[in-house]
Design a protein around this ligand. Structure first.
Ligand SMILES: Cc1cc2nc3c(=O)[nH]c(=O)nc-3n(C[C@H](O)[C@H](O)[C@H](O)COP(=O)(O)OP(=O)(O)OC[C@H]3O[C@@H](n4cnc5c(N)ncnc54)[C@H](O)[C@@H]3O)c2cc1C
Length: 542
């Protein structure tokens, strides 16, 4: 269908009246996963609306980064790579699903090339496809979606899902620029709202507060792998620059100038260990002039803080810290029930960091390729499935009720919006500290959980706001919910596995080689997912 003839969900012209749109598919979140979902659904001829909290193309974790991506053509090498990866995932990945991801991501990258994305050329003239420059990649996806007729709502955070007895049928939120509510009724909804960085200040992640997790749980979905939400990235002290590539050429030192012991092969562990004893410093002294030039050209934004501070990071020591990336380069998220991205709630699908990535990465970080490939693959799966589902359901004429709780409705008549600041600070206290979340013990986890459980009860009673104020109260509620699932799952997993490091249970327990499911809002419930959905998927596919 030529773009001009494609169905398009129409916006109202009056910018003061509440915005109300009917669509076939509503995508929440405009990172790569949301973009691929919107494009896939639009290619099926559906009327698609994409709403982002920020500006689709510059918000989210990919936009400011260079994302390494798996580009593995069909063949032996693909199988070998997936097997190598599976061997490192502590028994929780599913190579069958991983192979599908690699396949869909490869087809996505081919489609991107066919659509004119300017991949850089290697010295032999072949395109270098395994790295996507965030700003260029996201700008290209935005243009592609617009060309296909997707209606884009920038600066339109979603606050809650809408549903009736037939399932989820849309969402509502706030239009920040016109200061008015918005509401989209849709046959199916894709949650692509990214991960949760627990209020950490790092590249692209200030808006990643776990909103999609909260909305999914309010609709009845559960989470999986939330104990693997303790990924940290090295950053120069007091900066938000948590890009890791430059540290491949670094030596790390303690306060006395002694090199840190890196023999364990885990940079983050060594730095975290060093930080427990005092300040840690780095110097990029292993980069020769050629690498230095390449890094400066390829990772330009990494050097801005150094240039501002007047430091030459290749010859001078600079202080570093660890920024908690939560589930962004961690693993946990919405538990999917099949390989279409279905959440188990009728009409509701999830993709990208909003969904658990255990199938692909098990108990270790999915940064460096898997996560970017997952965003391409799961985005397309969810977009296609939502488009198919929307063909069987209808958006128009349904009586939809709002599902949002915390931050929107209070149990007491005394409503308080300002409480959101205290809630966010409490989440930051409990979830960002290396001593509490990188290195975990039962007593510290219990203390954190008990404090946040108490805050949840208070917030449920008092914390609520309308209009633009609800953006903050909902974010605070989402951070609180996500932290409680993460802490509850970390307490439940009484062992160490991958990024989940329990100082009081340092060994891996073979009986816990299963996934952990977290659900519930007022009462968090944690259970071993012995019948992991990945096993069901494998049976279905054979
Ligand atoms: C510094 C850094 C480097 C990385 N490098 C790599 C790499 O090299 N390789 C790799 O595989 N992975 C990498 N990752 C991980 C990768 O960036 C993510 O996996 C990827 O961005 C996930 O895409 P997404 O679309 O799911 O989420 P995001 O890109 O985070 O996008 C989520 C979007 O949802 C929007 N949103 C949030 N809440 C709402 C709401 N309530 N309403 C509407 N919209 C909302 C946000 O504004 C955002 O635009 C890196 C991450 C970081 C932080």
């Amino acid at each position: 269908m030529p773009p001009a003839d494609r169905p398009r969900a129409r916006k109202t012209a009056d910018r003061t009246a509440p915005l109300s749109i009917d669509a076939d598919v509503l995508v929440l979140g405009g990172g790569p996963a949301g973009a691929w979902a919107a494009i896939a659904a639009a290619l099926q001829g559906r009327r698609v609306v994409l709403a982002d909290k920020g500006y689709f193309g510059t918000s989210g974790a990919t936009a400011p980064s260079n994302t390494g991506t798996w580009c593995l053509p069909p063949g032996e090498a693909r199988h070998a790579q997936v097997e190598r990866r599976a061997a490192r995932t502590f028994g929780l990945s599913n190579p069958h699903v991983a192979l599908r991801v690699v396949d869909s991501a490869y087809e996505g990258l081919r489609a991107l090339a066919e659509h004119g994305y300017p991949f850089p050329l290697e010295s032999d003239g072949q395109p270098y496809v395994a790295n996507l420059r965030g700003p260029d990649y996201m700008r290209h996806l935005r243009r592609w979606a617009l060309k296909l007729g997707v209606t884009v709502l920038d600066h339109h955070p979603a606050l809650e899902l809408l549903a009736d007895d037939d399932g989820v049928g849309g969402a509502a939120g706030w239009d920040r620029q016109n200061d008015r509510p918005w509401r989209v009724a849709a046959g199916a909804v894709v949650l692509a709202t990214g991960g949760c960085a627990f209020g950490e200040r790092m590249l692209g992640a200030t808006g990643l507060t776990g909103d999609g997790y909260l909305m999914a749980a309010e609709a009845g979905a559960s989470m999986s792998g939330m104990e693997f939400s303790c990924q940290y990235g090295v950053a120069p002290a007091h900066t938000s620059l948590n890009k890791g590539l430059i540290y491949r050429w670094a030596t790390f030192f303690d306060e006395e100038g002694r090199p840190l012991d890196m023999s364990g092969g885990d940079r983050h562990f060594s730095v975290a260990h060093g930080l427990r004893r005092g300040a840690v410093f780095a110097r990029l002294d292993k980069a020769n002039p050629e690498i230095q030039d390449w890094l400066r050209r390829g990772q330009a934004n990494c050097f801005l803080p150094f240039d501002r501070m007047g430091i030459d990071p290749f010859t001078q020591n600079f202080e570093v810290m660890l920024r908690c990336e939560g589930t962004v380069r961690g693993v946990g998220g919405i538990r999917l029930l099949d390989d279409t991205g279905w959440t188990g709630v009728t009409g509701l699908f999830a993709a990208g960091d909003a969904a658990s990535r255990e199938d692909l990465t098990g108990a270790i970080s999915g940064g460096g390729g898997p996560n970017a490939s997952w965003a391409i693959a799961s985005g397309q799966w969810a977009g296609n499935a939502a488009a198919r589902f929307a063909g069987t359901s209808q958006a128009h004429g349904r009586t939809l009720r709002a599902l949002g709780g915390i931050g929107l409705t209070a149990r007491s008549v005394q409503r308080e919006a300002s409480a959101s600041g205290d809630v966010v600070q409490a989440v930051r206290d409990e979830m960002l500290a290396v001593d509490r979340n990188f290195f975990r013990t039962k007593p510290t986890l219990q203390r954190s959980l008990s404090r946040l459980d108490g805050l949840w009860r208070d917030a449920r009673t008092f914390m609520a706001a309308d209009g633009a104020g609800a953006i903050r109260t909902r974010e605070a509620g989402a951070l609180l919910a996500t932290s409680r699932w993460a802490l509850g799952s970390a307490l439940f997993r009484n062992e160490s596995r991958g990024m989940h490091r329990r100082l009081d249970a340092p060994d891996t327990d073979p009986t816990l080689a299963h996934r952990v499911r977290a659900s519930g809002l007022d009462r968090v419930e944690i259970a071993l997912d012995a019948g992991a959905p990945s096993e069901l998927r494998q049976v279905a596919a054979e």
